[in-house]
Design a protein around this ligand. Structure first.
Ligand code: NAP
Length: 271
């Protein structure tokens, strides 16, 4: 924990869509902390230079698409969840070097509890995507009681690498339909649907009682969430996860929990 970061940023590429400034700035104002959470669009080629500069400024912040694994490689110290996932979504500066953690797993748990009322047990979950968000989600599922993951990703090699990290929990499905057929919960962990109505999951392949969680959030809801609800599925978008992971990040940076209800109020109508 840095008691008072010099700067608070979200690093990503792109980042303009992010609602993290809304939730974090609401929490900062409520806690009377004189910092503004800034968006920092960092192209991959500039990432190492920017991280070195942020460490020199005692910065803290979040990391999003596509930088989570490269930031993990850059950190001097990783907390256990960042080590397990190989993905950092939360960082701060300690003794001039970056420390990384991953709060996506806890945020995902919050979202699933909100969607289902409880965490599943003895169940398979279909996860689409094999990037940083998927790593946090599988790490969360690994902690659930006797649950496994069927993983599908457009680049098979990335799915195999992630499944190898979670051997015994995740197996790679041959197709997206194989990943989602017959399971009680399916998760989109790709950015598909952020800017248009493309569906990452064929909804006709789902079991009738299956629930759908989309990491993506979008004003009015993503097409995946809207169409799943029309078909009678319980479905939720990424806002609950956003607030859950963001509240834990705030706690890492400042050492106390933010007003989570206020963070939720700041975005609840935007997804
Ligand atoms: P990432 O590490 O770059 O991984 C992206 C994943 O999505 C990869 O598996 C990639 O497949 C796949 N993908 C990208 N574009 C695709 C497309 N057009 N069709 C099919 N698959 C595609 O990114 P990330 O950090 O995991 O983030 C993924 C999404 O989750 C982003 O939209 C991010 O904003 C969102 N997210 C939301 C929350 C939340 O709190 N709600 C938290 C974390 C992330 P390849 O391996 O083939 O490239």
């Amino acid at each position: 924990m840095t008691l008072r970061p010099g700067r608070l940023v979200l690093i990503g590429h792109p980042v303009a869509h992010s609602l993290s400034p809304k939730i974090q700035n609401a929490a900062l104002r409520a806690a009377n902390i004189q910092l503004t959470y800034e968006l920092l669009d960092v192209a991959p080629a500039s990432l190492d230079r920017v991280l070195t500069s942020l460490a020199a400024q005692s910065a803290a912040g979040n990391v999003t698409i596509p930088h989570k694994s490269r930031v993990a490689e850059h950190c001097h110290r990783l907390l256990p969840m960042a080590q397990r996932t190989g993905a950092v979504n939360t960082f701060w500066t300690e003794h001039g070097g970056l420390v990384g953690d991953n709060t996506d797993a806890d945020g995902f748990d919050d979202a699933v509890r909100d969607l289902l009322g409880t965490l599943p047990h003895d169940a398979e979950v279909g996860v689409i995507g094999a990037g940083g968000a998927a790593a946090g989600i599988i790490a969360a599922i690994e902690r659930w009681d006797a649950c496994r993951v069927r993983l599908y990703n457009r680049t098979d090699f990335h799915a195999r690498a992630l499944a190898a990290r979670f051997e015994g929990i995740a197996t790679v499905a041959r197709s997206v339909r194989d990943a989602v057929a017959g399971v009680p919960l399916v998760v989109n962990a790709t950015p598909v649907g952020m800017h248009d109505d493309t569906l990452s999951i064929p909804l006709d392949a789902l079991a009738p009682g299956a629930a759908v969680f989309d990491v993506v959030y979008r004003r009015g809801g993503t097409a995946l969430v809207r169409e799943a609800r029309v078909r009678g599925h319980r479905a939720g978008g990424g806002l609950r996860m956003l607030v859950g992971q963001g509240a834990r990040s705030f706690e890492r940076w400042f050492g106390f929990a933010p007003d989570r209800d206020l963070m939720w109020e700041a975005v609840r109508d935007l997804g």
